[in-house]
Design a protein around this ligand. Structure first.
Ligand code: CA
Ligand code: CA
Ligand code: CA
Length: 136
C-alpha cells in the first residue's frame, strides 16, 4: 500500500482523533466517552464488535498519523502521543534500532487487543473496549 493510499484512509477520523488527544491525560475512569468514540471510529461495519481486521486498519492509521515523514518508522514518543495513555511504546522496539517500525507497532497493539479480549472470542465488544480504557 502506498503512502498516498494510506493518507486517503479515514483522514476525517484522524483529525477528530487528533483533537480528542490534544488535551492533557485524564485520570483513569474518566475516559468512557473517549472509549465510546474510539469504538465507534474503529467498528467500521457497525456490527457492534471490533474485529482483528478493523483493529489492524486502525493501528496502521495511528502509525502513519504519528510517522509524519512517512518513512515507515516512528519514534516511541511520537507513538505515545497518538495512543494516549498506553505508554511504553519504547518496549515495542524489539529489534533495538531506536525506532518503531509499522510491524513492531502493530504487534504492540495486538498485544493490547488480546489483553482486552476478556471472553477470548477473538473480537472486542464495546464493554471490553471500555474496560480496557478504564484500567489503563
Ligand atoms: Ca465491526
Ligand atoms: Ca525497531
Ligand atoms: Ca471479546
Amino acid at each position: 500500500m502506498s503512502a498516498g493510499a494510506l493518507r486517503g484512509i479515514g483522514m476525517a477520523g484522524l483529525v477528530v482523533l487528533a483533537g480528542a488527544l490534544a488535551g492533557p491525560p485524564r485520570p483513569a475512569g474518566a475516559g468512557s466517552g473517549e472509549a465510546a468514540a474510539a469504538f465507534r471510529e474503529t467498528d467500521r461495519n457497525r456490527d457492534g464488535f471490533v474485529d482483528r481486521g478493523e483493529f489492524h486498519e486502525r493501528a496502521v492509521e495511528l502509525f502513519f498519523f504519528a510517522d509524519r515523514d512517512r518513512d515507515g518508522f516512528a519514534t516511541a514518543p511520537e507513538l505515545d502521543r497518538v495512543v494516549l495513555g498506553s505508554g511504553g511504546c519504547a518496549a515495542a522496539d524489539t529489534d533495538g534500532d531506536g525506532r518503531i517500525s509499522l510491524a513492531e507497532f502493530v504487534e504492540l497493539r495486538f498485544a493490547r487487543y488480546r489483553a482486552a479480549d476478556a471472553d477470548g472470542d477473538g473480537r472486542l465488544s464495546r464493554a471490553e473496549v471500555e474496560a480496557s480504557y478504564a484500567t489503563r
